[in-house]
Design a protein around this ligand. Structure first.
Ligand code: HEM
Length: 212
């Protein structure tokens, strides 16, 4: 039987996911070894990625591959701005430079927005299912670390109470399961998800220099 897009995304990005989890930056974050400045650098770069992804998803909300996944409750840009405002101060956007990987990532998202909106699905998959899964583990790490904002600094990971978070996850997975791209489109989506993981890996490597 031909595997579904959701199965392909999971299995064909598994090794890249393992590499992301094992990256020095993510490992240090999970162990509580990342200080406030380095954590803000991560959030600042993620905010630029969501800042490009989310308006593009809104612009293409009627696209047949994007419509089933469209859920503004998933959007993270506002929550990131709140965490950054608290942790870094009101000038967070001006004060913190973006990494090269983020610039490339944002350029890629703009390109897809203009020319291949269907491939935005791969980025929604990588970011939102990541936030709804591993992100919930990171939430606990941040919540117990006052230097990262503690309980007041977890807006980024907050999708509502556990029931609401599970409902959003299930509805995103149902949306993904309902997509029926043809084989070449599915190939392109898997390749784009792999590219998204690759850009994350590059970002985590660049962020390593921020760890004290
Ligand atoms: C410390 C870092 C991380 C941990 C501990 C972690 C942990 C997890 C866990 C436990 C799951 C659930 C697996 C399942 O339901 O079968 C998951 C899923 C996922 N994670 Fe992560 N993760 C981390 C980093 C990341 C990063 C950096 C990304 C994206 C760049 C990411 C993207 C995803 C995606 C897309 C899924 C859904 C896989 C699928 O079911 O198709 N994760 N993660």
């Amino acid at each position: 039987m031909i595997p579904s897009l959701a199965e392909r995304l999971k299995t064909e990005t598994r090794s890249l996911h393992t590499a992301a989890e094992r990256s020095h930056f993510m490992g240090a974050l999970m162990r509580g070894e990342v200080d406030r400045a380095a954590y803000c650098a991560l959030l600042r770069n993620l905010s630029a990625i969501y800042g490009a992804l989310e308006p593009a998803l809104v612009r293409h909300a009627g696209h047949p591959l994007i419509a089933p996944l469209h859920a503004p409750a998933l959007f993270r840009a506002t929550a990131l701005a709140r965490d950054l405002g608290r942790l870094q101060g009101p000038r967070w956007a001006e004060d913190m430079a973006l990494k090269d990987a983020t610039r490339q990532y944002v350029a890629r998202l703009h390109e897809l927005d203009a020319r291949r909106p269907a491939l935005l699905v791969a980025h929604a998959y990588v970011r939102y299912l990541g936030d709804l899964s591993g992100g919930q583990m990171l939430r606990r790490v941040v919540a117990r670390n006052p230097a990262l904002g503690g309980e007041q600094g977890v807006a980024f990971y907050d999708f509502g109470d556990p029931l609401a978070t599970r409902a959003l996850t299930e509805s995103f997975r149902a949306g993904l399961a309902s997509l029926a791209p043809d084989v070449s489109e599915a190939d392109a989506l898997v390749a784009e998800a792999r590219r998204a993981f690759g850009l994350h890996q590059q970002l985590f490597e660049e962020l390593t220099e921020e760890i004290p």
